[in-house]
Design a protein around this ligand. Sequence first.
Ligand SMILES: C[S@@+](CC[C@H](N)C(=O)[O-])C[C@H]1O[C@@H](n2cnc3c(N)ncnc32)[C@H](O)[C@@H]1O
Length: 255
Amino acid sequence: MLRDAHFRAKRDHRGRGVRDLDRTVGGVVADIDARLDHQDVVRVLELGCGYGTALLELRARYGRRVALYGQNRLRNDGDADVLLRNARERNLLDVGTDPAPLPSIVHGDVAAGLPFPDATFDLVYSQVAWLYFGNKVGVVRDVMRVLRDGGVAKIDADDVRTDLPAEYARLVEIWENGTLLPFRDYVRRHGAAFEPAPDGEYLRFGKRQSFGDELEPIVEIDLADLHADWDGIKCVYRLKQPAPDASSAKNDRNT
Ligand SMILES: C[S@@+](CC[C@H](N)C(=O)[O-])C[C@H]1O[C@@H](n2cnc3c(N)ncnc32)[C@H](O)[C@@H]1O
């Protein structure tokens, strides 16, 4: 069980709620309201849900009309016990006469794939977590897989960060034949987009059958290894090269 001092020390970094989502990815409540106009239950996943404040607030607001799931990397980042403590502290536990079940939290690295079947969720959202993900292109691909037809993902992600040196400002770098292909251009080719939010931009996309197939991962750099005050994992890709023919392979790297 997480020690009380640790629970409290991390609360500000892991306890963001729906009001914060309004700033980072825009109206999640409006998205759910619109879906509830034509379906009984909306299925929702938060990537990197921390202590689960936003999920608990959605439970308090919608009760059994939402099915709520969250994923954290480690148990210490937030598990069922932490969620319960957080719900009690925020008076979000006993809401209404017939409270809905608490949100379900799963654990694991999203870079290794999401532990959910295809076409499970209507809405996937995330705030202050994308920067820590490795295999960022693979994460987008797997979110597309778990989205239902007509579902939407809203991920708090910047194309270019302003709080890091220029060399590391892009957490996704794609090289096309020696030229930088900005991630925002790449996602646009695939029907996704960076959209404005009150606090910057977020990455928005729907279900697609494929994403990133033509990319080859080259390297990932954990920026915290370079400087303790830098956060994030930078993922570098290149567009897959056609296999070299025999004559060009011979001339290759003749040093
Ligand atoms: C700074 S906390 C933010 C928590 C919450 N979204 C908030 O804004 O209060 C980052 C969260 O991302 C999650 N996270 C980071 N890297 C992850 C990964 N590779 N796979 C799954 N979750 C990850 C952590 O478990 C943690 O809950």
